[in-house]
Design a protein around this ligand. Sequence first.
Ligand SMILES: Cc1ncc(COP(=O)(O)O)c(C=O)c1O
Length: 282
Amino acid sequence: MRVLALLDGTLVDPEAPLLRADDLAVTRGDGVFETILVVDRAPRELGPHLDRMEQSASMLSLPLPERAGWERAVRAVIDAWPWDTEREMALKLVCSRGVDGGDGTPSAFAMGMQVGEKARRLRAEGVDAITLDRGFAPDLRQRAPWLLLSAKTLSYAVNMAAMREAEARGADEVLFTATDGSVLEGPTSTVVLARGRTLVTTPPSSGILRGTTQGALFRAAEAAGWTTETRLFPVDELFEADGVWLASSVRLITQVRTVDGKPVAVDPDLHAELLGRYESNY
Ligand SMILES: Cc1ncc(COP(=O)(O)O)c(C=O)c1O
């Protein structure tokens, strides 16, 4: 199931070709994207997603089309989605630098897709994760902004390769680590751990993407009296925590069961509380 819209709000055939072969999305992965969860017609964290896409585009010096166009496309896809049979939709916003050697007009579209069966299953069952070296230090982002760390670019081949590596090793997920041994993020998720009534996540200054789901969870948890910390932490701290989760728009707040084959604390009540806090935003 796919629903595809352009930024003027028109729907186009999702099975027909849309981009030229010389589009810089195709030839260089030169562009930005977002994936937004829509539940019962309501897009979650739309403002933070659009803000983040603007930040990503600015890091790439990419002229992003105006926000009204994205909102028009989002509305068109939501209006055309079969909500009677599909309660959830993963909505991708994509913008590339356009045709190689062209006039600089970006290529942009919004596409709604079903949430995959595997993502739904892992939400319920939790995941086994492995740590994989991401190969950079947590201060690299400041030293080398051209590496585009913390931008959500269309160049996700490394992230997908890491997921295949996890699969090859019999795991579901990856926790990237920095060269100093601290935990960064998942290939498509933010790492959150709980210690008592404190939630901890990694700072975006270390080169990770600022997570909209983690932001929503922390917002709701703080309102309920939790303390939140944004700081670097070593892999060892995962095993001392009361629970570890991977947060993202599509996977929501998914519990981590093991890291590198070793169990981390799993508390169903704590998991239910955090999921409930996150859901209380909507
Ligand atoms: C690298 C990376 N980190 C974190 C996230 C989680 O972000 P969000 O919660 O905004 O979906 C994503 C989402 O795909 C991601 O690609």
